[in-house]
Unconditional design. Sequence first.
Length: 264
Amino acid sequence: MTHLLYQVDSFTQVPFSGNPAAVCWLDQPEDDHWMQQVAAEMNLSETAFVYPEQDSLRLRWFTPAVEVELCGHATLATAHMLWQTKRMPDGKPIEFESLSGTLTATPVGQAIELDFPIAPAHETVPVDGLLESLGLGEVLFCGKNQYDWLIEIASPQAIRQLQPNFSLLRPLDARGVMVTAQSYDTKYDFISRFFAPAAGIDEDPVTGSAHCVLGAYWSQKLGKSKLAAYQASARGGELEVEIRNDRALLRGHAVTVAKLELLV
């Protein structure tokens, strides 16, 4: 049986920027090992698999190394693909069942809005080796939720210049580490980068799930509910984050760049 995969650049309007994800439509569930092998073959930060499950859609995400509980850019890519291929009606919200509960994607003009849960980071002392692996000394904030570390530093320029030691970062007990700073550019409220070598991704280009945490953090710090964000990876990506009670609304664009047929 063959399967179609679509490669979609998320959180961007420009091809070959933002965060690429592969999206695979399945008529029925496939073996977990097969899905992990496909994700390793695609070798993108995430490969999403979506298939009917009773009266809903099941959505799962795999890095080249592991399955993850939440992924923003691959959810955005999946919704974009479903509307573009007419598998779902234009203009209608899509609900996905996932390891993080029910997630909703809604078209908003030319953008897509994702409704995601927030798992806020709580301030804590950095574990041994964390700051050293990032080449950082004193930081403004260090916190952690059940998935990731969150570190704020003073300079957005320093964010862009970070050169982590991934061999030191990889053994740390977390999916990843987000490093953030308030933006000097008035176009954005904050910038960030996200490193996840333990999940098989040294640096993720644009991380939707991390912006649920970042949005909640900066919303409280800056006293505003709607924020403009830029992830300063080599590819770069931008999104809008709105905090509404215990949910984060992530808004961004997507561009399909490739369609391929999987023969095995």
